[in-house]
Design a protein around this ligand. Structure first.
Ligand SMILES: NC(=O)c1ccc[n+]([C@@H]2O[C@H](COP(=O)([O-])OP(=O)(O)OC[C@H]3O[C@@H](n4cnc5c(N)ncnc54)[C@H](OP(=O)(O)O)[C@@H]3O)[C@@H](O)[C@H]2O)c1
Length: 314
């Protein structure tokens, strides 16, 4: 499949990144391995996770997702060379460890490397902004990790335009590594926080963009049409907020475009993101091999200009 450069990282990716928050949450290790095998067999080459995934699931403490990915890499000789691994640091999900301080990052990074069973992370993200820590301190910690070869590039998630611009300014002024990739929430339903100044900043600075909640937690697959449908998945409760007039109108347009292509609504929703100016690749997760097959169809689906317009205006 056709690869795209991910900003200035030097990493080329097929435009769909696997979202690793399902490992140890909605799918167990056996299904996780099957889904990852299918993903790589289709030619995809990037996986996103975080040190805290999937701490919110009953009985978990965080680290389960990286651990499952590490066990899969170990069980599949040659797989590490085929996939770029993205992980994140700094989110607080109740473990007490958090933030982007110069003291915390090296410890968190070593723990992630150990769970992943690898000597380097291809792209290391600041998970959430940390108002207590100056950008220079965080970027200095990344500078040291880059020089040590433990990470190959850096990104940030959940920054607004002013925060991203400030971080770029500090990097330039102090000769520190600048964020090369942004990971914002963005999908057909939730567009307000990325469209506008943030998207323009990324385009102007050749910053790669990988979007999260690309399927609005599964809502854009069209499988939730009423409150009664929410019990279909463990994550159904996250989807209720989309079941409003706007969400249902959006599904109607998605259904129409999907029917034109003999495709599924989820495939069209991902193809719209892949076609969107400023987006390098959507991140999406899957809980079955069939859903991964949909990713492969999405990555090759060509929407017409009229279809893109209809979806963008929905
Ligand atoms: N940076 C951040 O702060 C942040 C925050 C959240 C997420 N993320 C990243 O973004 C990734 C994606 O987010 P997400 O997994 O929460 O949401 P998502 O990608 O919007 O939704 C994916 C879910 O939708 C369902 N689905 C996928 N394909 C489908 C299909 N063809 N038909 C029907 N249902 C389908 C699956 O769940 P079911 O089968 O269970 O319904 C799947 O787990 C995460 O894994 C994580 O890597 C980052």
């Amino acid at each position: 499949m056709h690869k795209r450069p991910l900003g200035n990282t030097g990493i080329d990716i097929v435009p769909l990144v696997f979202g690793g928050n399902v490992f140890g949450w909605t799918i167990d290790e056996k299904t996780s391995f099957a889904v990852l095998d299918a993903f790589v067999d289709h030619g995809f080459n990037a996986i996103d996770t975080a040190d805290v995934y999937s701490a919110w699931a009953d009985g978990n403490k965080g680290g389960e997702s990286e651990t499952i990915i590490g066990r899969w890499l170990k069980a599949r000789p040659g797989a590490r060379e085929k996939v770029a691994i993205f992980t994140k640091v700094g989110a607080d999900m109740g473990q007490g460890n958090k933030g982007l301080s110069g003291a915390y990052i090296p410890k968190a990074l070593d723990a992630s490397l150990a769970r992943l069973g690898t000597d380097h992370i291809d792209l290391y993200f600041s998970h959430w902004p940390d108002p207590q820590t100056p950008y220079a301190e965080t970027l200095s910690a990344y500078d040291a990790a880059l020089k040590a070869g433990k990470i190959r590039s850096v990104g940030a998630s959940n920054l607004d335009a002013a925060q991203l611009q400030e971080s770029l300014k500090v990097a330039k002024e102090q000769g520190l590594p600048a964020y090369q990739v942004l990971q914002p929430e963005y999908n057909l339903y939730d567009r307000a926080s990325f469209d506008g100044a943030l998207r323009e900043t990324c385009i102007d600075n050749t910053i790669g963009v990988v979007t999260y909640y690309s399927l609005a937690s599964g809502f854009l697959s069209g499988k939730y049409r009423s409150k009664a449908d929410l019990s279909q998945s463990k994550r159904g409760e996250k989807v209720g907020k989309y079941l409003d007039q706007r969400g249902l109108a959006l599904l109607e347009v998605l259904d129409g475009v999907a029917a034109d292509h003999g495709a599924k609504p989820a495939e069209v929703a991902l193809a719209w993101l892949i076609a969107r100016e400023g987006v390098t690749a959507p991140i999406a997760s899957a809980t079955s091999v069939a859903q991964v097959e949909s990713f492969a169809r999405a990555a090759t689906l060509k929407l017409s200009a009229a279809q893109v317009k209809a979806l963008s205006e929905a």
